[in-house]
Structure formats: structure tokens, C-alpha cells
Write a protein that binds this ligand. Structure first.
Ligand code: SF4
Length: 546
């Protein structure tokens, strides 16, 4: 019996599975297959299917799909519902579809998917998949159900097309204490349900043993309240539990290269500043730098917050931003600050008016003018999910305000994002371990393996998968241009030389004509003392040592 797991990539408020990320859905499915059928499944991605991979050879296909918060991705494009129909409708064998697509689809589309697939499972799919495949043991209740499967399925990461440059999204819990925001699909997971520290650590050990060095504790609605005190209206962080988790992870994967977090609820930070500051310090003690705590602020307009039951107001978010800046703004070994806040805004919500756009802009301007750091500003139009309160209201505000969305998005990218990026990662900063992912024309695009990595354009053509350090030269709105560091001026391409500060096409041409240089003086003679001083920190001076 030949079985394949097909990764059509997922993106949810609290789970990312677009390369280089590999989602828990894939790893848990592999573990369940191994547990019940005693076999290792193949692992395919939608990108391989698009290139014509023959699916008819499989007797069982487990397909994972769905983007309830769609974005733009460098590492791959999630399958659209239309593609799910196109690629799977005429394939023989048993077909099982699971993941956030269950909540995302509705009406005719949902009926069509149900016709094509033998089983259509919601994201908390584990016990159903286990039964369908023939498992007959009584499974553990709650989210600790996944612990045994997570360990058994860890080895599938070796089949990922980007392995070993993959990052595993790790689940600490599912569900949300709040569950009231009008647009959010997280409420479908019900109340908060934790995995134990031991369960998470065993999974990380298994992944580390399979060669994974990059992890994000991203599969939860608020990292600060993992194993917190939920007897309060707003749950209280318990720093000792975060410390136990983070310390145990570092002990079980001592040479990991990335340990990041994702979602943090700013309401928790403002409600419990002391405990939260302690948690932030613990994170900084055990994680790797370049970390981001993504705040779901959604809007700076109080009317919108009220009408959509969003829990943190602008002052509370601002106090959270200040707290994380106090603890996390120091630059770490990756070249980025240790831990900074990110902000998510959603447009098209109930109560939104033209003024909402202005208020959001002014909030961000205040952050910028206060000298604070933000690592990422996410601006998105709401994606309606059936069953949420906003579903009934519809997308009238998205349509009505499309013009303002475009105007303010441009304004924020230009007036806030760019100066913020210049502040967070100034020219001359060295970014470590950038993975080359794609070539476009004469530029290679790469990113660090991280949470919300910054896009780096590297002039020149570099092999995909190559890992290198780069030095920042200039800034776009959400990306930087950087050159390989340290740069060997005797071998660097013309395309790279031109981007060095103060060089330009003419001097680059002169360098290319007169090299190789054996002494610094020879180079200075060609480009002049002033230009040399500008590039001195970018080039490999060891090449000129006797
Ligand atoms: S706080 Fe609101 S937006 Fe965040 S996970 Fe909970 S329901 Fe969703």
C-alpha cells in the first residue's frame, strides 16, 4: 500500500505551513500513518503536483490545505480551492482532506470538495484520521493526543524539499481564551487546551534528531499565557512555566539555530506588566535573536474595536510595545534585535470609516516618533470565514474602502515601514545566515530562517540553498539590499560591486578592469580614498594581508 501526504500549505492566525515552514498537520499525519499502518508515507508538495507528479500510484492520499489568513509568500503558493478540485477529482484511491480549508470553504465549494474527497476533516483531525486508517486504541484526550504522533512523524521533515533549511511550527496549545473577535477563526478550536512541556520537548527532541535546527513556538493564540493562570477574566502569565518550557527545549536541542515565538496578546501584557516583563526576559534568555511577538491589534479605532469585540485598546497596545522595547531591543548575534513587537491590522471590519485609516496611521506615527522599534506591520483586508460574526456582516467595508486601503497602505509603507526598517536594521549591519531562495534577474532573494524574516535582495546570482552572511547597503519599504559579507573584491561580480556604497557603475567598471589587487593601496588608487573608506567595512581585507 503506497500512501502520500500532500502539503498544499496552510496559513492560519496561529499556524504557518508555507516553506520553509512545515506545519504540524504534516508531521502529525505522518505519525498517525506510521502508528496505524506501520509504514512511512511519501511527502509531496502542491508545487510538485503542479509540475505533474503522478498521484494515481497512491492508494491513500492525505491532503492538507487552507489559508484563513492568506498572504504573499516567497517559499511557495498555497493551493487554491480550484486547484484542489483540478488535481484531485479524477485521482483513484482513498482521499482525505484536512486543515483550515474545512472552515474556509462553504456552500457549493464545500459540497464539491466533499464529493471529491472520501473524508473532509476539521483542523483538530487527529482522532478521526486515526479511526479512518483503522486505529482502535483509546487515545488521550485534549491536545496531548498529538504527543505520540508528533514524535513518530518527526522524520518526515527529511523529505521536505528545503530540508535541512526548514523551520518547524510547534504547537503549544490550541484555542483562545477570548474567542470573541468578530472575524477570527480561532474560536472554532474552542477553549484553551495545552500540550504538556514534556510532550512538546519530546517532539522537539525527535525533530532535532531528524536534523531540524529551526523551531517556532507559533501554534497558539498567545505565547505569554502558555500554561498560565486561566482562573482570571484575562489569563495571567506564569513565568515559571515558560521558563520550564524554554529551558527544557534548549537542553534537548543544544545546537538549535532558531527558537522563536509568534502570537502575543497585548491585553495580557498591559494587564500583567510585571509577569509579562519577566516572561519577555525569559524568552530573551533562551531564544535566538530576531524574534517577533506579533500583536493582534487589528485597529486603533475604538469604535471598530468595540463593534468587533477586540480586547486591547491603543494605550494597552502601546504599553506592550514599550515593554518589549525595554527588554528586547538590544541587537543579538543574528544581526537583529532580540525580541520586538509586530503589529497586525485588519481592514474591512464593522464600524470602519475613513477616519479609521487615519487613526491607524497616527498610532504608527506615534510609535515611530517615540523612537520605539517595531519589527513588522501587517496590513490586510479581512478574509471572511463562514461561521464568524463578520461573515453575516459581509465584505461591504472591504469593498467600500478599497481606495483608502490602497492610499494608507502606500503611506504606511513609505512613511513608517521604511524609516522603521532603517532603524531596526541600519545600513552597515551584518545579517547572519541568510538562505538564498530565489533568483530574479541579476538579484538573488534570501531570508534568514526565522519568524517573519526580512526579505534580503542580494545583488548577484547565488545558488539556491546557499547560506551566507550579508551586510546591509540600503532599504526598501519591507526589504533590504545587502551584499555578501565579507566580499572579495577580486572575484565579486559587476552587479555586486555596483551596489557597494559610493561605488556605482563607473567605479565598479574600473575595479573589474584593474583587479586582481594585491595591496590595499592598489584598490585605493583606483577608487580613491573617500570611496575606499565607504566600502572598507564591506570587503574582505584579509585578502590583502601579507
Ligand atoms: S484574541 Fe481575538 S483575534 Fe486573537 S485569537 Fe482570540 S479571537 Fe482570535
Amino acid at each position: 500500500m503506497r500512501i502520500a501526504i500532500v502539503d498544499c500549505y496552510v496559513d492560519e492566525p496561529s499556524c504557518l505551513g508555507v516553506p520553509p515552514y512545515i506545519s504540524p498537520y504534516i508531521r502529525y499525519s505522518a505519525g498517525i500513518i506510521k502508528d496505524v499502518l506501520k509504514t512511512d508515507p511519501d511527502y509531496l508538495t502542491i508545487d510538485q503536483i503542479r509540475k505533474g507528479w503522478d498521484l494515481s500510484r497512491y492508494s491513500i492520499l492525505v491532503v492538507t490545505a487552507g489559508t484563513t489568513v492568506p498572504g504573499k509568500y516567497l517559499g511557495g503558493t498555497p493551493a487554491s480551492p480550484g486547484e484542489l478540485i483540478k488535481y484531485f477529482e479524477n485521482v483513484p484511491g482513498k482521499k482525505i482532506l484536512l486543515g483550515p480549508i474545512f472552515y474556509e470553504s462553504h456552500g457549493r465549494l464545500k459540497r464539491r470538495l466533499k464529493d471529491i474527497f472520501d473524508h473532509f476533516l476539521p483542523p483538530l483531525f487527529e482522532s478521526r484520521l486515526y479511526e479512518i486508517l483503522g486505529g482502535n486504541e483509546k487515545l488521550e484526550s485534549g491536545r496531548n493526543i498529538v504527543n505520540r504522533f508528533a514524535v513518530k512523524g518527526a522524520g518526515i521533515v527529511r523529505k521536505h524539499p528545503m530540508y535541512p533549511n526548514v523551520i518547524c511550527e510547534i504547537e503549544t496549545y490550541r484555542g483562545c481564551f477570548w474567542r470573541k473577535c468578530s472575524f477570527c477563526s480561532e474560536k472554532f478550536y474552542g477553549g484553551v487546551n495545552f500540550r504538556t512541556v514534556e510532550g512538546i520537548v519530546e517532539e522537539i527532541k525527535a525533530l532535532y534528531g531528524a536534523g531540524v535546527k529551526h523551531f517556532r513556538l507559533g501554534n497558539q493564540s498567545d505565547f505569554f499565557t502558555y500554561m498560565g493562570d486561566f482562573d482570571q477574566d484575562i489569563p495571567r502569565p506564569l513565568p515559571e512555566n515558560i521558563e520550564r518550557l524554554m529551558r527544557s527545549i534548549r537542553m534537548s536541542a543544544p545546537e538549535l539555530r532558531t527558537l522563536h515565538i509568534d502570537n502575543v496578546n497585548p491585553k495580557v501584557l498591559s494587564e500583567y506588566p510585571e509577569e509579562s516583563e519577566e516572561v519577555a526576559k525569559i524568552i530573551v534568555r533562551y531564544h535566538t535573536s530576531g524574534d517577533v511577538a506579533a500583536f493582534g491589534m487589528e485597529s486603533a479605532d475604538r469604535n471598530v474595536l468595540k463593534k468587533n469585540n477586540i480586547n486591547a485598546d491603543p494605550e494597552e497596545v502601546m504599553s506592550g510595545i514599550r515593554l518589549l522595547n525595554r527588554v528586547g531591543r538590544k541587537v543579538g548575534s543574528s544581526g537583529l534585535p532580540e525580541l520586538l513587537p509586530g503589529i497586525n491590522f485588519v481592514f474591512g471590519l464593522k464600524g470602519e470609516t475613513r477616519k479609521t485609516f487615519e487613526l491607524n496611521y497616527l498610532f504608527l506615527k506615534e510609535v515611530l516618533d517615540s523612537g520605539l522599534l517595531l519589527r513588522r506591520i501587517n496590513l490586510r483586508q479581512v478574509h471572511l470565514i463562514p461561521g464568524t460574526e463578520l461573515w453575516k456582516y459581509g465584505d461591504r467595508n472591504v469593498r467600500k474602502h478599497v481606495k483608502y486601503f490602497r492610499i494608507y497602505k502606500r503611506k504606511i509603507r513609505e512613511e513608517i515601514d521604511r524609516p522603521m526598517l532603517e532603524r531596526v536594521v541600519p545600513a552597515g549591519r551584518v545579517l547572519k545566515d541568510v538562505v538564498c531562495e530565489r533568483q530574479r534577474g541579476k538579484v538573488t532573494f534570501g531570508r534568514q530562517i526565522a519568524t517573519y524574516p526580512i526579505l534580503v535582495g542580494i545583488p548577484g546570482k547565488y545558488e539556491t540553498g546557499r547560506i551566507m552572511d550579508v551586510r546591509v547597503v540600503s532599504h526598501g519599504q519591507r526589504s533590504v539590499t545587502a551584499v555578501e559579507y565579507p566580499l572579495d573584491i577580486n572575484t565579486a561580480s559587476m552587479d555586486t560591486l555596483m551596489y557597494l556604497p559610493g561605488i556605482g557603475r563607473k567605479r565598479a567598471g574600473n575595479i573589474a578592469l584593474k583587479r586582481p589587487f594585491k595591496k590595499i593601496q592598489e584598490l585605493k588608487k583606483v577608487i580613491g580614498e573617500e570611496a575606499f573608506l565607504k566600502i572598507r567595512d564591506y570587503i574582505d581585507l584579509r585578502a590583502y594581508m601579507p
